[in-house]
Structure formats: C-alpha cells, structure tokens
Design a protein around this ligand. Structure first.
Ligand code: BEZ
Ligand code: FE
Length: 293
C-alpha cells in the first residue's frame, strides 16, 4: 500500500471502505468520503475553521433533546429534509404533494367531529378549511384521517406554550362518506424558526430570511392510499417565496378568502366577526398506482 499524500488520500480511504460487507452501508460510506473529501478540497479550511465546524456540530447535538432536534432544523434549513421527502414521495402530478413534517407535530391529537372547532378559544381570526378528499381518478374517499396542527393567531405551537396544560391547535378529523371535510380553526400566521440555537447562530451571520409563511400542517392517512404529510400555505403571504425550509410547492398555495362580519360560514352559521374561508381539495394516490403516473 502506498503511504498517503494529499493527492492519493481520497483513493486510499475509498479503497478501505470498499470492503464493507453490507452493500448499502458500503455505498453510503464511500459516497460520504467522496463528497466530504471533495468539499474539503474545494474550501481548503484552516485548522481553526475545521475546529469551528466540529464545535458547531458538537453543540448542535448537545442542545438537542426529545423535544428539540437542532440537527433536523439544520437539515430543514439546508433544504436536505425537503430533498429526502421528494425522493421518497414521487407521486403522480395529480396527487397532493408532500412536504416536511417539521418539529411541531404531536401524536395522538384529540378527535373532532366534522366542522368542530379545534382552536377552542385560541387567539386568532376564525378560519374554516373545507373541501373534498378524492383519489386521482376523482372518486371521493370517505373516512380519511386528517391529522391537523398549526400555530395559533400569535404564531405559537403547543410546544411553544409550555404554560398551557392542554392540547393546543391540533386535532384529528375524518372525511365524510362523500369525501367532504370541514375544519374550524383560527388562521395561522407566519413565524420564524427557533433562532436561539446553533442554527440561529448561523442565520445571524446571514441575511437569509428565517420566516416560514403562514401554513396549516396535515398528515393524511387512508387504508390503501399513500399517506401524505403536507401543508396548506396562505396565498399572498410575504414569505411564500422565501420559506426558510423550502416547503412551499405551487399546488399547496391556497387563497384564504376574507369574509366580513355577518357572512355565512361553510357550516351554514352566520359569523359575527370577519373570518377566512379556505377551500382545498386533497387528492390521494392509491398504493397500487405507479409512483410517477
Ligand atoms: C414547521 O413548519 O413547523 C417547521 C418545519 C421545519 C422547521 C421548523 C418549523
Ligand atoms: Fe409549521
């Protein structure tokens, strides 16, 4: 074996990792070595810079807990989470596209009847989200589970209101046999990702916007269909083109139609204050249907 030089080092490392018995691990590790060496060769870090990087990664791990995952946030803000999501959900262009789950989803939300108010007195402008769930051939799909979570009208998720003992701004709905669904909530607002950690440290050295446009998260599941984790984004939001986690896809942008006080809501009730009417139809792809049909 030749001893190392700057020129032959990458090849020597790759050769050593070429004997890993597990073919997938071998492929992943060889690609990692190849791309990391290419990265280092391109940027030619000083030793101080390399130590800064190691220190940043170390602190990113140290501040992560079961409630806060700074590495996921880093992956989100570098667009890696959306790339992994895209690679794993190559649906038909007719199906509702997926996006990242993000850090604020909480399992086992309470069940709400069709049309029930999941805001339960939370601050914000009343908002009715309604439409149909169908398959990509236009047939309605009933009994689809819609797990919904979002910020309140002050831009905070349940995890950001630790003072509250109860469930906050999340709930599970089901489509009716004709595929229709109706959610009553309050309108979310745009918010920044958490900036008090190592990702924030990095952002403070840039002029990249840390905002996410106003959105409502959905995790949609029905037997026989691909599950869809996605968002609905408010059309016209200032940050729609600069979402810090690159989550906005064109078919997920929806008009939040503002109705004046005294208008009839989609549930037939007259609402004595201004509210939003949001109409959106979800389209699910059957498991048997080809990935990119
Ligand atoms: C969210 O939408 O909740 C979110 C997603 C990725 C990073 C931070 C927040
Ligand atoms: Fe969110």
């Amino acid at each position: 074996m030749p001893f190392v030089t700057e020129q032959n080092l990458t090849d020597i490392v790759l050769e050593r990792w070429s004997h890993v018995p597990d073919p997938r691990l071998r492929q992943i590790m060889q690609a990692l070595v190849k791309h990391m060496h290419a990265f280092v060769r391109e940027i030619e870090p000083t030793e101080a810079e390399w130590f800064t990087a190691i220190d940043w990664l170390t602190r990113t791990g140290q501040i992560s807990t079961d409630k806060r995952q700074e590495f996921i946030l880093a992956s989100d803000t570098l667009g890696v989470s959306m790339l992994v999501d895209a690679i794993n959900h190559r649906f038909s262009s007719k199906a509702t596209p997926t996006t990242v789950t993000g850090p604020f989803h909480i399992h086992d939300s309470p069940e709400f009847a069709d049309g029930a108010d999941m805001a339960q007195g939370a601050p914000g402008i009343p908002c009715f989200v309604h439409g149909k769930v169908s398959d990509i051939d236009g047939r309605p799909v009933g009994n689809v589970m819609l797990d919904v979570w979002q910020t309140d009208g002050e831009g905070l998720y349940e995890a950001q209101r630790p003072e509250l003992p109860d469930v906050w701004m999340r709930g599970i709905y089901h489509s009716k046999p004709d595929g229709s669904y109706l959610i009553r909530t309050v309108a979310p607002i745009a918010y920044t990702i958490p900036l008090d950690g190592t990702v924030g440290e990095l952002f403070h050295r840039t002029d990249i916007s840390p905002y996410r446009p106003a959105h409502i998260h959905f995790m949609i599941k029905a037997p026989g269909f691909h599950a869809v984790t996605t968002h609905l984004f408010q059309k016209g939001d200032d940050y729609i083109e600069t979402d810090v986690v690159y989550g906005v896809k064109e078919p997920l942008i929806v008009a939040f139609e503002k109705k004046p006080a005294g208008s009839k809501a989609p549930n037939g009730e007259v609402i004595n204050e201004p509210f939003y009417d949001v109409r959106y139809d979800f389209t699910l792809q059957r498991l048997a249907q080809a990935a990119a049909a």
